[in-house]
Design a protein around this ligand. Structure first.
Ligand code: ASP
Length: 308
């Protein structure tokens, strides 16, 4: 999938709590776009119900991302992209902008909700990033059960791997990574991202979604960001931290999103998408890909906005 480096973006002010989710930068067919946007809306609704009842940004972000991980349409949790061996190798990360605590897992085998494990690592506070079998052992020790891999692998994921194998590519963009940024009623910001990565990726390949600063970053003093796109480009740019630092230096949320995506397109030849919320409550998304499904809600809006 390549390119379109033209930036498309959207932003809106919000007071009180706010939430934005994405269902991955990519190239979804126009007839399937509404389905992807509806999944994002449903994830936002989970967060909205919780935020209305006074939930923390951490709880709301986890609820939204778990809903997306459960939806086989997206490349996260059930339905995630398969690696070169036809196995799940899941990446996820979450960061709290109030405490600057973070939790992340990478190359995790089949667990239903990678984001919940990343959250448990954040809550535990001793480590930030756990990988592979070690992450699985840690998760089981902390009350998570491994899933039957077959129950999380969909026919669509198998078919995508088959076509990558046939084409001889070494890893191809799957689209459908998921992410969420939230501002709760106390002004706390959280960012979270979850993915299966690229289709047919080599064993051991880790993308930006697991890496704090690249795929995910949050700081109450500036903003919160979740990215999706060319993982290697977003890693090289340390893109989520770059967007948050751009907000800290006085740029609006939407200026920061545009700056980072354009920088990645121009200097790293990478395309993708970003969602962001700032400390003052503006929300924004941008993409340099043809599509990125998204949905957003806020305390002072009459309606949930969505699109692809
Ligand atoms: N950034 C993800 C990765 O490289 C893929 C995506 O966002 O679609 O693993």
């Amino acid at each position: 999938m390549r390119p379109m480096a033209k930036l498309v973006s959207w932003s809106k002010r919000c007071d009180g709590w706010g939430v934005v989710v994405h269902g991955g930068a990519g190239n979804v067919d126009a007839d399937r776009g509404p389905l992807h946007a509806a999944g994002c809306r449903s994830a936002v609704e989970h967060a909205v119900r919780a935020l209305r009842e006074g939930a923390s940004a951490l709880d709301a972000a986890c609820l939204a991302v778990q809903a997306l991980e459960d939806n086989p349409l997206y490349n996260a949790g059930t339905g995630a992209a398969l690696d070169e061996a036809g196995e799940l190798s899941l990446d996820a990360s979450i960061m709290c902008g109030k405490t600057l605590r973070a939790g992340a897992i990478c190359a995790l085998p089949a667990f239903e909700h990678p984001i919940a494990i990343a959250r448990a690592i954040l809550d535990d506070g001793l480590r930030v990033l756990l990988a592979g079998d070690g992450a699985a052992v840690w998760a089981e020790k902390h009350g998570f059960s491994k899933a039957e891999a077959g129950s999380m692998i969909t026919d669509a994921a198998r078919a995508r791997l088959e076509s990558v194998r046939t084409s001889g590519e070494s890893g191809a963009w799957a689209g459908g990574t998921v992410g969420c940024v939230v501002r709760d009623r106390h002004g706390s910001l959280v960012a979270a991202t979850s993915t299966g990565g690229m289709v047919g990726k080599p064993k051991g390949r880790i993308g930006d979604s697991a890496i704090i600063g690249a795929g995910t970053y949050a700081d109450n003093a500036a903003g919160a960001v979740s990215n999706t796109g060319d993982g290697e480009a977003f890693l090289r740019a340390v893109a989520a931290k770059m967007a948050v630092e751009t907000m800290r230096s006085g740029a609006s949320c939407s200026e920061a999103v545009g700056f980072v995506l354009q920088d990645i397109a121009l200097r790293l030849n990478g395309i993708g998408g970003t969602i962001a919320i700032d400390a003052l409550g503006s929300v924004s998304w941008g993409r340099t890909t043809r599509t990125m499904s998204w949905a957003a809600a806020a305390e002072d809006w009459d309606t949930i906005h969505e699109g692809f």
